[in-house]
Design a protein around this ligand. Sequence first.
Ligand SMILES: NC(=O)c1ccc[n+]([C@@H]2O[C@H](COP(=O)([O-])OP(=O)(O)OC[C@H]3O[C@@H](n4cnc5c(N)ncnc54)[C@H](O)[C@@H]3O)[C@@H](O)[C@H]2O)c1
Ligand SMILES: [Zn+2]
Length: 338
Amino acid sequence: MPDIIVRTHKSYTVQVQQDMGAFPTVLPLLKGPNVAIVCDDNVAPYFDVLAAYLGEKTLTKIVIPAGEAHKNATEYLSILNTLAAAHFTRDDAVISLGGGVVGDLAAFAASTYMRGIGLLAVPTSLLAMVDSAVGGKTAINIEYGKNLCGTFYQPDGVYVNTAFLVTLPRREQMCGWGEIIKYAFLSHTITLADLEGDATPTLIAKCIAIKARLVAEDETEKGKRKLLNLGHTIGHAIERLSGFALSHGECVAKGLAAVVGMSRRYYGLDEEWYRRAMAIVSCKGHDLTCPYGIEEIMAQLTADKKSHQGGVDMVLIDADLQGRIVPLSYDEIRNLML
Ligand SMILES: NC(=O)c1ccc[n+]([C@@H]2O[C@H](COP(=O)([O-])OP(=O)(O)OC[C@H]3O[C@@H](n4cnc5c(N)ncnc54)[C@H](O)[C@@H]3O)[C@@H](O)[C@H]2O)c1
Ligand SMILES: [Zn+2]
């Protein structure tokens, strides 16, 4: 599997493998003598798998409780204090070993400890592999909302290994597929046949390559990177309305289905287009129903941090089944949802 190079202000490589064989090749990225591996209690058993390759380093193991609720300031400060207590300096590094929660939290800590130390991302959930581990967005949640506190901080490298997926629960697999389906609308390199198959290294690498291209063109999300928000404007609203009982990927799938309907109306597309678009969105059997009404969704949209006064830059799907950024007023969004 060829490596993917993410060409941001600092270029780095994403390796996609299906066993640990190639892991030693990323070790030169770890410059200093100290390495902290941050994981959650579900993936903690994989600590020893990485540690086996890190015999030369002084290892610090940081285990946080699993779950979105722990992507918070308490765990963040605890990581910083652990690094300081172990005398980490700017040459040393953090390895994030886990899903998007561990990835965002550990990367935020790495980006701010001594104004930035080394960072190697080892995503273990499908969602983290295809999405959150690449692109440099770090975050924690605060009382007023998800991801409201964070930085842009690119890792030194990303090591994806599909062997980790063996233990990933089915519901989490489906979350990752929600994001993978999104990518089919951002490049024709992902076909319906790909989506109907397994999460192979080839498919994961295709997703990462699409994200890497958009991130390289627009590192800090001023323009084209917004395409990655396809399905997310409505998806985030549903996620918040559910009180986060519905997971991110499940809500993205519902958001994609909503956007298909809105796009059909906006561009005046025919039944055949709708059938093809829905074949993609429904190919993994996600529940695409939206349990909330239009006004409930609208109330969430107006409160979203990505909204601007009077409207939102939505990503719609065009006649060619590809995403397009379309600035829409709240009234237009309401009418397209009807
Ligand atoms: N930074 C970004 O660009 C970006 C993009 C998308 C999502 N995110 C963030 O990512 C988070 C969601 O990520 P997620 O879906 O990976 O959630 P997560 O990290 O909570 O992982 C989901 C669950 O799977 C478990 N898990 C992970 N890997 C496992 C494995 N190999 N075997 C067994 N269990 C495993 C975790 O312990 C957790 O219980 C959210 O906080 C979201 O905001 C960030
Ligand atoms: Zn997402």
